[in-house]
Ligand binder design. Structure first.
Ligand SMILES: *Cc1c(COP(=O)(O)O)cnc(C)c1O
Length: 213
């Protein structure tokens, strides 16, 4: 099936639930990126700041299509905060006090209107990014009340070897409890379940573009 056919099929499914598609372009070919742009898609996810900068800013794609919106979906180091704030519209991976402080300072400096989601480690996995569910409340307080960040949602990546649905439900309940509008959950293998559970954004790479290069 062609990229166009995959795209239409995924979009058609997501439309039933009002879920937006974040097309994950990391490690995809230039041709495929241009093809999906030609189809009119404008919402993209990248996991690395440097790679995103090359693909979107240095390539002139952002200049040609100023309505492109970029989500950062990978972990952010504080030494990359300046570049990330300059490039992204949504940072989905807020997960520490240190990052909250660094982001707040840089967003003020650049006078940018950036939305943040907090990444929650719903599976309580040791090596994974994201805050543990019981620490969410204090990080939210710090981010919103103390630093004035616009936190509008939550994001999660369920453990690979588990049924993702209980994780999606946990994330949805946490967002509801804290009055947060957005839920970024679901990838190529589970975006349908995520949409059914109320995802406002799914992040899909390989199911759309094929294997990464
Ligand atoms: C790479 C990545 C995705 C997309 O993964 P696919 O399985 O290719 O859909 C989604 N979310 C995050 C955080 C990623 O790093």
């Amino acid at each position: 099936m062609s990229l166009g056919a995959h795209y239409k099929e995924i979009k058609k499914f997501l439309e039933l639930f009002g879920t937006s598609l974040v097309a994950v372009t990391k490690q995809q070919s230039e041709e495929k990126v241009d093809e999906i742009l030609a189809l009119g898609h404008r919402l993209f996810g990248e996991n690395k700041v440097q790679e995103a900068k090359q693909r979107w800013r240095d390539s002139d794609r952002l200049q040609k299509c100023p309505d492109i919106r970029l989500h950062l979906i990978g972990g952010l180091q504080t030494n990359k905060v300046k570049e990330a704030v300059a490039l992204f519209d949504v940072i989905e991976t807020l997960d520490s006090e240190k990052l909250v402080a660094a982001l707040a300072k840089e967003i003020q400096k650049q006078k940018k209107n950036i939305e943040c989601f907090i990444q929650v480690n719903t599976g309580r996995e040791l090596q994974k990014n994201g805050v543990m569910p019981d620490v969410l409340e204090s990080l939210l307080h710090s981010a919103i009340q103390e630093h004035g960040l616009r936190v509008t949602g939550l994001m999660c990546i369920p453990p690979v070897d588990e049924d993702p649905v209980p994780h999606f439900i946990l994330l949805r309940n946490l967002a509801k409890q804290h009055g947060l509008q957005h839920l970024s959950m679901g990838m190529s293998g589970d975006y349908k379940q995520a949409a059914e559970q109320g995802a406002t954004f799914v992040r899909v790479g390989t199911a759309l573009f094929g294997e990464r290069i």
